[in-house]
Design a protein around this ligand. Structure first.
Ligand SMILES: Cc1cc2nc3c(=O)[nH]c(=O)nc-3n(C[C@H](O)[C@H](O)[C@H](O)COP(=O)(O)OP(=O)(O)OC[C@H]3O[C@@H](n4cnc5c(N)ncnc54)[C@H](O)[C@@H]3O)c2cc1C
Length: 303
C-alpha cells in the first residue's frame, strides 16, 4: 500500500516541485544520489574505485518530450565517457531510453543510442540501457537487439517481477546481450507482474541460474543477501569463475554488503546516479524500503 502510494507520487509534478525546491529534502536526496553535478558524481565514483568497486554512472532523467532535450541528454552522455577516460575511472554508463526520446520515436531514439555506443566503443567501454515501466519493455528489448546487432558494447536490464522476463532473457541471449538482472522498481499490475514478493524472488533465483549458465558476462543487481547467496552457491557448484559475472548495487544502499563482497573476492559495480532530475529515482528508493521513509520524515522534522 505504502509502496504503491510512493510510486504513484513519483509521477506527481506538484509533489516533485515541492520536494526538489526544498533545501532539506535536497540535502536528504544525497543518501541515494551522488549530487547534482558530474563533478560530484566523479568524486563518488573515485571513492568507489578506491574501495575496489567498479561504477556505472547515470545522469538522472526520464520522459523527455522534445528532440532538442533528448539531444542535450545524448550530449551529456558523450561528455561522461570523455570525463571517465580523462579521470581514468573504472566506470561505464547507464541510461534510460525515455531520456533519449523513446516517447518521441523509437527510430530517433535509436539514432541517439547509436551515437552514444560509438563513443563507448571508442573508449572500449559499455552502455547499459536501464529498464523502465512495462509499457516500455517491448520497445526497449527491440531497440537493444537492433543496436546489439551492430555493436557489442550495449546491454540492458531484465526485471524478475515481470512474467515475460524469462522469454526476454532467451531472446536477448540469442543476440549475445549482456544483462543486468534486478527485481523491478515500478508500479505494475497483476496482469503483467508477480504481486507476491516470494514469487518475484523465486523468479530472480531462476533467472540468475539461466544467466550465470549462459557463458556471457552479466550483472546480478540486488541488495538481498538471500539472492546473493544463491548466486554465489550456484557459481561455485557450476565452477563459474568470480571474474565471469558481477554483483551490482545502488549508491548508498547496503554499503556494508558491497564491501563484504569485495573482501570475499567478488566483482562489484555501484550504480552512481547524479543530476537535477533526481525526484522519481529518489521516490523509487523510498518505496523499496518503508524504513527509508521513516528516516526521511524524522530528518525532515528534525531539521
Ligand atoms: C545496480 C542496480 C540497477 C538497477 N536498475 C534497475 C532498472 O534498470 N530498472 C528497474 O526497474 N529497477 C532497477 N533497479 C532496482 C531494483 O529493481 C530493485 O527495486 C532494488 O534493487 C531493490 O531490490 P533488491 O533486489 O535490493 O531486494 P529487496 O527485496 O527490495 O531488498 C532486499 C534488502 O536490500 C536492502 N534494500 C533494498 N532496497 C533498499 C533501499 N532503497 N534502501 C535501503 N535498503 C534497501 C534492504 O536491506 C532489503 O531488506 C536496480 C537495482 C540495482 C541494484
Amino acid at each position: 500500500m505504502l509502496r504503491s502510494t510512493l510510486l504513484k507520487l513519483s509521477n506527481s509534478k506538484s509533489f516533485a516541485h515541492w520536494v526538489t525546491s526544498n533545501g532539506t529534502t535536497r540535502r536528504m536526496s544525497h543518501r541515494f544520489v551522488a549530487g547534482e553535478t558530474l563533478d560530484e558524481a566523479i568524486e563518488a565514483s573515485r571513492a568507489c574505485n578506491d574501495a575496489g568497486m567498479a561504477v556505472t554512472l547515470d545522469c538522472l532523467g526520464e520522459n523527455v518530450s522534445t528532440p532538442a532535450d533528448a539531444q542535450k541528454v545524448r550530449d551529456s552522455y558523450l561528455a561522461i565517457y570523455d570525463r571517465i577516460a580523462r579521470e581514468k575511472l573504472n566506470a561505464n554508463v547507464s541510461c534510460k531510453l525515455t531520456q533519449l526520446g523513446l516517447d518521441i520515436s523509437p527510430e530517433f531514439c535509436e539514432g541517439l543510442v547509436l551515437s552514444i555506443t560509438e563513443r563507448a566503443a571508442a573508449y572500449d567501454s559499455f552502455l547499459r540501457i536501464d529498464m523502465e515501466s512495462s509499457i516500455y519493455t517491448q520497445r526497449t528489448v527491440d531497440l537493444v537487439k537492433r543496436v546489439r546487432a551492430q555493436t557489442p558494447c550495449v546491454g540492458t536490464v531484465i526485471q524478475s517481477y515481470l512474467y515475460r522476463s524469462e522469454n526476454d532473457i532467451h531472446d536477448l541471449l540469442a543476440y549475445g546481450c549482456r544483462i543486468r538482472l534486478c527485481k523491478g522498481a515500478y508500479k505494475e499490475s497483476e496482469e503483467v507482474a508477480f504481486a507476491r514478493k516470494a514469487d518475484v524472488d523465486a523468479n530472480f533465483v531462476k533467472l540468475t541460474r539461466i544467466l550465470l549458465s549462459s557463458g556471457f558476462y552479466h550483472g546480478i543487481a540486488t541488495h538481498d543477501p538471500r539472492m546473493i547467496a544463491v548466486a554465489i552457491r550456484f557459481a561455485a557448484e557450476k565452477k563459474i569463475s568470480r571474474d565471469d559475472f558481477e554483483f551490482q548495487m545502488l549508491y548508498g544502499v547496503r554499503t556494508d554488503l558491497q564491501r563484504q563482497l569485495v573482501r570475499d573476492g567478488y566483482r562489484v559495480r555501484i550504480y552512481v546516479p547524479y543530476g537535477q532530475e533526481w525526484f522519481p529515482y529518489f521516490m523509487r528508493r523510498l518505496a523499496e524500503r518503508p524504513a527509508n521513509l521513516g528516516f526521511f520524515i524524522r530528518n525532515f522534522f528534525r531539521s
